[in-house]
Design a protein. Structure first.
Length: 160
């Protein structure tokens, strides 16, 4: 499919597809918020630590995830629409490499804290790593699914 020729014949449909795939990011965000809920209060593990430490800052640092998701959904839609899976695969390889580096930093937090039991601290680190991994995998899978569904809708409207 020659995307430029197709776009010039049906610009409204493509613009609506881009808006729709972007807006469906709210659905992705909602799902990711649900799976993150069990770990919304990490302070449960740090009750014996100093009272003046706001542990939520460690876990709730803005990461730019929604901006990455917005870019990712539109990139997936582009890759599917132009029939170039290497666009999608290239992004996934890049994303995995970048995320691998980030996961390595989770392990670099202190091995122990004097104010917390080692087992509780290990459980907190494991929950944090699990949450990060779940959001990474599920977010990517949902973004691919959203892009593919919008592509199917685009095909439907272009062929009707």
């Amino acid at each position: 499919m020659n995307i430029l020729a197709e776009f010039s014949r049906n610009p409204i449909e493509y613009i609506i597809a881009i808006i729709l795939v972007s807006a469906l990011g709210l659905f992705v965000w909602w799902i990711l918020k649900i799976i993150s809920a069990p770990f919304d209060e990490p302070e449960q593990f740090f009750t014996k630590c100093e009272e003046n430490i706001d542990w939520s800052n460690l876990f709730d640092v803005p990461s730019g995830g929604w901006q990455i998701g917005l870019f990712e959904r539109n990139l997936f839609l582009l890759g599917i629409t132009v029939g170039r899976p290497e666009i999608i695969f290239g992004w996934l390889v890049f994303k995995l490499g970048a995320q691998f580096q980030a996961w390595g930093n989770i392990v670099k937090i202190p091995d122990t804290l004097e104010c917390i039991d080692d087992i509780e601290y290990l459980m907190a680190k494991k929950m944090w790593a699990d949450r990060t991994y779940q959001r990474f995998v599920l977010g990517t899978a949902l973004n691919i699914t959203v892009a593919f569904l919008v592509y199917l809708l685009l095909l439907y409207f272009l062929n009707s």
